[in-house]
Design a protein around this ligand. Structure first.
Ligand code: SF4
Ligand code: FES
Length: 163
């Protein structure tokens, strides 16, 4: 899975449309969207020198090599973490042209955590009203403890949800 920031995401970030924190070491910029973080801890486990939630700021972008940072960002299941490799994204995105929307949704149950939906999907509430989702990924609460249902807010960790 690649969490390279998409053109749409980058444009929203640059226009300040979404709440995001940016960390850069000159070679790579890492974007963190707090509201998408489902506290899977993949980043903390993968590269603790850079991602450490007991420190402030919790991301120390100089704490590891760029290659390892990108590898860790790519393990983030909810795209709370994305990256922009400063030298390459422009030429690559030009070559590829506009990104096609995925035809189908993909649904993945995360161990002891939420259900991750990616791709082409629409979420409706119990009254069939469409819930606006800004990204191509949604983490849906499976444990029942989220305060932002239907989305996961990370409370499965506090609840020690197993399943
Ligand atoms: S969701 Fe992403 S940013 Fe949040 S803890 Fe997991 S890997 Fe880290
Ligand atoms: S699955 Fe994350 S809060 Fe319920």
């Amino acid at each position: 899975m690649s969490n390279r920031v998409t053109k749409t995401e980058l444009s929203e970030i640059r226009k300040g449309k979404i709440s995001v924190k940016e960390y850069s070491n000159g070679e790579v910029s890492v974007f963190w969207k707090p509201e998408l973080c489902i506290h899977s801890a993949n980043c903390l486990i993968g590269l603790p020198g850079v991602f450490n939630n007991s420190k402030r700021p919790w991301i120390d972008i100089k704490g590891g090599p760029t290659k390892d940072i990108i590898t860790a960002v790519n393990t983030c299941p909810s795209r709370a973490l994305t990256f922009l490799k400063n030298t390459r994204i422009k030429s690559q995105s030009r070559k590829k042209g506009p990104k096609k929307a995925a035809k189908f949704a993909r649904i993945q149950v995360l161990k002891n955590g939420p259900i991750l939906v990616t791709g082409n999907f629409i979420i409706r509430d119990a009254n069939k009203k469409k819930i606006r989702v800004e990204t191509e990924t949604a983490a849906l609460c499976r444990c029942g403890a989220s305060k932002t249902k239907p989305f996961c807010d990370g409370n499965h960790l506090a609840e020690n949800f197993l399943g």
